[in-house]
Design a protein around this ligand. Structure first.
Ligand code: FES
Length: 176
């Protein structure tokens, strides 16, 4: 069961596309992440209150653009409002959950290290693969089904989840 507030970002709302987040993309949940960002610059561990989450932002397919929108290896937060990272890494494009497997708090890029994901709850951190590299989290970040449709759009389906043991499944990544 999701803990997402009902006023959250609207899935696939064109007015809330990538970049809108920086322009106030409009919701409590998104604001919560931005607030967390501000807080983390001062104190990572003391920011846990109110950020516990348990579920991806939507069960509807999410259009995350085209492969060309991800031209180099990086962890993208463009669609963090849906609680996903879009990650290009070593020949694969995949969508990882942005919810911590430890106790369900927000994950974000480390402002000090764009190649690392950090948790708002108890300071776990993860590499671009989603493998925990520090803190109490023991499980890797699950990935969601991702594919390219006949119009060349990359579509993420958060209703299908792939734990680490299934990362070899071709439905869990797009070869790039
Ligand atoms: S919820 Fe992420 S480290 Fe505890």
């Amino acid at each position: 069961m999701s803990t997402r507030p009902s006023q959250d970002c609207q899935p696939n709302d064109p007015s809330a596309e990538a970049g809108d987040r920086e322009n106030g993309g409009g919701t409590e949940a998104c604001f919560g992440r931005r607030t967390f960002f501000a807080i983390t610059s001062g104190c990572l561990l003391c920011s846990a209150a109110g950020t516990n989450r348990a579920h991806a932002g939507t069960d509807r397919p999410i259009d995350v653009g085209t492969v060309k929108d991800y031209p180099k290896d990086e962890i993208s937060e463009k669609f963090i409002r849906y609680d996903i990272f879009i990650i290009r890494n070593t020949g694969k494009l995949y969508a990882s959950t942005a919810i911590c497997p430890h106790k369900g708090n927000y994950l974000l890029l480390d402002p000090q290290n764009p190649g690392r994901i950090i948790c708002s709850g108890h300071d776990s951190n993860f590499d671009p693969e989603g493998i925990p590299t520090g803190g109490p989290a023991r499980r890797a970040l699950a990935r969601y089904a991702i594919s390219v449709n006949d119009k060349g759009r990359v579509i993420v389906d958060t209703s299908r989840e792939f734990p680490q043991a299934q990362w070899g499944d071709k439905a869990s990544y797009v070869a790039v």
